[in-house]
Ligand binder design. Structure first.
Ligand SMILES: Nc1ncnc2c1ncn2[C@@H]1O[C@H](COP(=O)(O)OP(=O)(O)OP(=O)(O)O)[C@@H](O)[C@H]1O
Length: 835
């Protein structure tokens, strides 16, 4: 539950703060176009009106609004004179169970929200159960919030849970009797989910169900009926597959929901004290799982390959969404891949758990696994490949990332190097055996227009064969149209999406449920930090008052100039200088992020620090990064947004943001991800630091609170620092005299170039999503990126407008005196770095 933001007065102060409400955020105005640059238009996303319509219908069909609690006289009866203060949030009519103290949940009847007391002795187990049946919304220290959604229930059914078990366990854990409408909601959502499965066996698609009547109904349907393969037996009855018993490589136990009786995070069995209640709550669930194993026969009929999408769509209309599963152990048509995890590879408990959701019943279910940045999504993908042991097709975000994936396969598994090939602009390799792995990139697969001879040959090879698994790395970045294209062209039995931030400002992330599969698992960031898998981070927002002269110009300015004025606010600069000094003295390595390239240059030059942005040459980037990693005299690095993702610098322990992309929650989380891998994370009492510097009383404050929302939901608390103690005494504090500040303001006011233009279209969507892709491809300048050199280039940052960059170069030549001096300084610094 979000707490209110409080102000504290020094770096050392320990005030906890939570999500800042808009109302509590000071600032002169509330901009209307928050995060507008993160928004995507429907016309860009979908190929046709029909597809748009289907996705819209799907969204409506799976909305909880249909099951809203009815306000009956009995629910209203309990209201008292204070009830009106709480409006629709007065739940006093729900009577508490006599032993409510022992139960960890509240279940809110109107929206299906569940609140978990995370301090309850039963919390760990309840949390395991809740992440299976509900979506985590917010998980700060003491109270966690989950939402029951049709998709989460769909995912629960897909791992083998029965609706009545879900209802029983929720009722047992709840402090109040489970509201009737929640029971109805669970029953109606789950009674149809998973009843019909789409199974690919020996290259043939079957609609499968344990209920023959259901299949008869589908056969009689005017659309599905004719799609049955003629000549094949109408309905085939076979013994149900033996579920469970599958051992995921790198784990000690078999996968499956039965594991829930054990605390998978700690590997511990319940303690004596917990046993009674836990057994009470979970025994029933496990009994039911055992029963499932004895399930009798399954019935199926074959459907034509060309009818798959039509059948899926029609089943959705009939409210019988099909569950896609791959019975890889019985797939004799596709060659096996010689691959196993190396004995030294031990996957971590949360990685095991996420995989158990995918392979819970011995088959592979398609879906999305969400793990924090740096938590090891690559190894999860590799382990999935080692479990399925069939050909794998991987989509990465860039060619460097593809190279990294290949290296990781060779590091963690015993796969022969000849069996892992890369298909990018630079590499067009095939594997040599009958089965293998191909790693490609999204742009490579989706670029429009005529392709080169070699590329087309590779594409034909990829499209002409069957794949056991397709892994979609950074699945949040691509829009629906791209996925439709890839998933319809690449014939794969199962799909695994991997991401840290299942977030888009346009809420279209929902569509992935239909295009890839449900979210199978989402890790708890705080839990992973407590276990030392990612670093603990102290987050702070530093409020920097605007100087009078800057503030009066700010009030007059519009657009980009306005932004420039608040990012170059001298007090913000001083705060940055002070924090760099403070953390360098502590022995930290600091990354300073600025979206705005002009700001980045002004800060870096003035403070005499190294910086990298889109136009920095490859050689120089590499040298700067190496120095940052290994040279004890280079402890601060200024980075433009090209360093937001994939950058692997485990030396970095402190991060300062001076300029960001409006209210983008995703950028905030990705940037935090840069310090989560900190090498020193397991040192006694170690903390990494994440500062955001905001100019007080400007729109930046509004954006900042919006950006924090995702991290606050993950349990991060943002301190607000209104004064950095000792800042006035810092020797050599810049812009300390009115004359210096006036000069800076003058430079800002006469500055007309848009230095950040060259990094404007940095988003994956813009790169590949538009119909103008062909045109773009011609204009794209494929200069190497920072991430490339750091071992994780992100195609999102490939610069695209050649002429603009030329322009910038030209303009740079005739920039003002301030910049001329900067360039001279930079040359000097280069010399120092080279020495
Ligand atoms: N089970 C494990 N045992 C040892 N090391 C691991 C394990 N899992 C992951 N790692 C290591 O953790 C680091 C981060 O892994 P990886 O690059 O896959 O993270 P990620 O989740 O993809 O991060 P990002 O989202 O930032 O790209 C790597 O160095 C990887 O080798």
């Amino acid at each position: 539950m979000p707490a209110k933001r409080k102000a504290s007065s020094s770096v050392q102060s320990g005030t906890k703060a939570g999500k800042a409400s808009e109302a509590s955020t000071p600032g002169p105005s509330t901009p209307q176009s928050v995060g507008s640059s993160d928004e995507y238009t429907d016309s860009d996303e979908y190929e046709s009106e029909g597809q748009k319509e289907t996705l819209k219908k799907n969204r409506e069909k799976f909305s909880i609004n249909k099951y809203k609690a009815k306000k009956t006289s009995s629910t209203i009866k309990g209201r008292d004179s204070a009830s009106h203060h709480f409006g629709n949030n007065d739940f006093s009519y729900l009577s508490l169970k006599p032993d409510h103290n022992n139960r960890p949940l509240w279940i809110e009847p109107t929206r299906g929200r569940i609140i978990l007391e995370s301090f309850s002795p039963l919390a760990t187990h309840a949390q395991d159960f809740l992440t299976t049946v509900a979506e985590p919304i917010s998980r700060p220290n003491f109270l966690h919030e989950y939402a029951l959604t049709p998709h989460s229930l769909y995912a629960a059914v897909s791992v083998g849970l029965d609706p009545k078990d879900i209802i029983n366990v929720l009722d047992r854990l709840s402090k109040v009797p489970l509201p009737d409408n929640i029971r109805d909601f669970i029953t109606s959502c789950t009674q149809s989910f998973g009843k019909v499965k789409l199974v690919l066996k020996n290259t043939k698609h079957y609609l499968e169900s344990s209920d023959p009547e259901m299949l008869q109904k589908l056969l009689k349907d005017e659309i599905i009926g004719p799609l049955r393969v003629q000549g094949a037996e109408e309905i085939t009855t076979t013994a149900a597959p033996k579920l469970g018993g599958l051992v995921i490589p790198g784990t000690k136990t078999a996968a499956g929901v039965a594991q829930q009786a054990t605390d998978i995070n700690t590997g511990k069995r319940p303690t004596e004290a917990e046993n009674v209640t836990q057994e009470d709550i979970f025994a029933k669930l496990n009994e039911e799982d055992d029963d499932d194993e004895d399930a009798d026969a399954v019935h199926s009929f074959e459907i034509a390959d060309h009818g798959i999408e039509t059948v899926q769509k029609r089943c959705l209309e009939l409210e019988l969404p099909v569950l896609e599963e791959y019975d890889f152990r019985n797939d004799e048509a596709n060659a096996n891949l010689e691959i196993d995890l190396r004995p030294s590879a031990q996957i971590r408990p949360y990685q095991e758990k996420s995989l158990s959701k995918m392979f819970g019943n011995g088959r592979a279910k398609s879906g999305i696994i969400v793990l924090p940045c740096g938590a090891g999504k690559t190894l999860v993908g590799i382990t999935a490949a080692c479990t399925i042991k069939k050909s794998v097709f991987i989509l990465a975000t860039s060619s460097m990332s593809a190279v990294q994936w290949r290296q990781e396969f060779l590091k963690w598994s015993n796969i022969s190097p000849n069996d892992v090939a890369i298909f990018t602009a630079e590499n067009k390799e095939r594997f040599t055996g009958n089965a293998g792995i191909i790693i490609s990139t999204y742009p490579m697969m989706t670029a429009a227009g005529r392709r080169g001879y070699d590329t087309q040959k590779m594409l034909d090879f990829i499209f002409s064969r069957e794949w056991g698994l397709m892994i979609l790395d950074e699945v949040h970045v691509a829009p629906a149209a791209m996925f439709r294209k890839v998933t319809s062209l690449v014939k794969t039995h199962s799909k695994l999406g991997l991401t840290a931030t299942l977030l888009r400002e346009d809420d279209k992330i929902e569509d992935l449920n239909f295009l890839i599969g449900p979210k199978l698992y989402e890790a708890n960031w705080m839990e992973l930090a407590d276990q030392g898998h990612i670093a603990r981070v102290q987050c702070a927002e530093v409020w920097c008052p605007m100087t009078t002269e800057f503030y009066s110009e700010y009030l007059r300015a519009t657009g980009r100039k306005r932004k420039l004025i608040y990012t170059l606010n001298p007090r913000k600069f001083q705060a940055c200088q002070f924090l760099i000094d403070y953390h360098e003295k502590r022995g930290d390595k600091i990354i300073v992020f600025s979206d705005d390239v002009y700001t980045l240059q002004v800060y870096a030059h003035k403070l005499n620090k190294a910086f990298i942005y889109g136009s920095t040459g490859n050689h120089e980037r590499l040298r700067i990064l190496e120095n940052f990693q290994h040279n004890e005299n280079i402890n601060t690095l200024f980075l433009s947004k090209i360093g937001d993702t994939s950058l692997d610098l485990p030396e970095a322990t402190c991060l300062i943001q001076i300029s960001s992309h409006y209210g983008s929650r995703r950028q905030e989380a990705q940037r935090l991800g840069r310090i989560l891998r900190a090498k020193r994370r397991n040192d006694e009492g170690f903390n990494a630091f994440f500062y955001t510097l905001v100019s007080k009383d400007t729109e930046e404050m509004f954006y900042s609170s919006k950006r924090q929302a995702f991290l606050v939901d993950q349990g991060y608390a943002f301190k607000v620092i209104t004064h950095l103690q000792g800042i006035e005494k810092l020797p050599g504090l810049s812009f300390n005299t009115p004359a210096e500040r006036r000069e800076l303001l003058q430079n800002v006011m006469i500055y007309n170039e848009d230095f950040s233009e060259d990094e404007q279209n940095d988003d994956l969507f813009h790169l590949v999503d538009k119909k103008k892709a062909k045109k773009r491809a011609k204009a794209r300048r494929t200069a190497g990126t920072l991430a490339e050199l750091a071992g994780g280039q992100d195609m999102a940052y490939v610069e695209q407008n050649r002429s603009k960059n030329k322009d910038l170069k030209r303009k740079k030549g005739d920039s003002n005196a301030f910049f001329k001096k900067m360039h001279r300084d930079q040359a000097k610094r280069k010399q120092i770095l080279a020495d």
